[in-house]
Write a protein that binds this ligand. Structure first.
Ligand code: FES
Length: 242
């Protein structure tokens, strides 16, 4: 970092706006700290970025990069809210919808789900691709918690939370690509055969409806949920996915 440019060394240009950053921050960190929304799914500020969902894709000086893993650097010119990038993000989200089994109207996480709200924000009006309808199980073996594998998007937040914060290492991801699977580290592979607790950090971090608490599904009524009350503004899209 050049000492000759000390005034420029702490800002980055995102969609034409000068955004301050501190050493060690990524583009996504800097954007979020300035209340600028860059769509993202597998990022959570508590953990080192994973860079797997690719929904935070931006152009940095003309090169495609993940905003969550790319360090902010002085004078970098970042494009995020463009028709092309939002189109690409929308395709990624559509693929997530069709690779799993996501039925928002009947899901108790509706309104509190990052996948659903990102789809809305990206102007997704249909899954576009043919659904895979994979056969996935529901693990209801734990007295307080339930895993619905149909809704998992493999963001690995539960894996990281259990390992790094709860120090239990209850979850893992196995296989790759379309065969990726959330696994439970117990002799039976069942959640009920672990020491998982509803108070664990990992029990409260799932951004979708894959790891949920039993018995509280609709305690917070629809219309008063996290994403019912807040939206992010991104460039209007053309609805080409219909
Ligand atoms: Fe950056 Fe998922 S949020 S890759």
């Amino acid at each position: 970092m050049s000492s000759n440019h000390s005034n420029e060394s702490s800002t980055i240009l995102i969609d034409g706006k000068s955004v301050p950053f501190t050493k060690g921050q990524t583009i996504l960190d800097a954007a979020l700290a300035s209340d600028m929304y860059i769509p993202h799914l597998c990022f959570n500020p508590k953990f080192k970025p994973h860079g797997s969902c690719r929904v935070c894709l931006v152009n940095v000086n003309g090169h495609a990069s993940c905003a969550c893993t790319t360090p902010a650097s002085p004078n970098a010119k970042v494009e995020s809210d463009t028709t092309e990038l939002n189109h690409d993000r929308r395709v990624l989200v559509q693929m997530l919808f069709t690779e799993g089994n996501h039925f928002c109207p009947s899901c108790e996480k509706s309104g509190d789900c990052s996948l659903q709200t990102t789809a809305y924000e990206l102007g997704m009006v249909s899954p576009h691709f043919s659904p895979n309808f994979p056969i996935r199980e529901v693990d209801a073996s734990h007295p307080e918690m339930l895993i619905d594998h149909n809704r998992c998007i493999f963001c690995s937040l539960c894996v990281r939370a259990s390992r790094e914060i709860d120090c239990k290492d209850i979850f893992g991801l196995s296989e790759r690509g379309a065969k990726t699977k959330l696994t439970v580290n117990s002799p039976t592979g069942r959640l009920g055969d672990t020491d998982f607790s509803s108070n664990d950090f990992a029990a409260n971090i799932c951004p979708v409806g894959a790891i949920i608490h039993k018995g509280v599904g609709f305690a917070n009524p629809i219309g008063q949920r996290i994403h019912d009350l807040s939206t992010h503004q991104i460039q209007a899209l053309d609805g080409e996915d219909a």
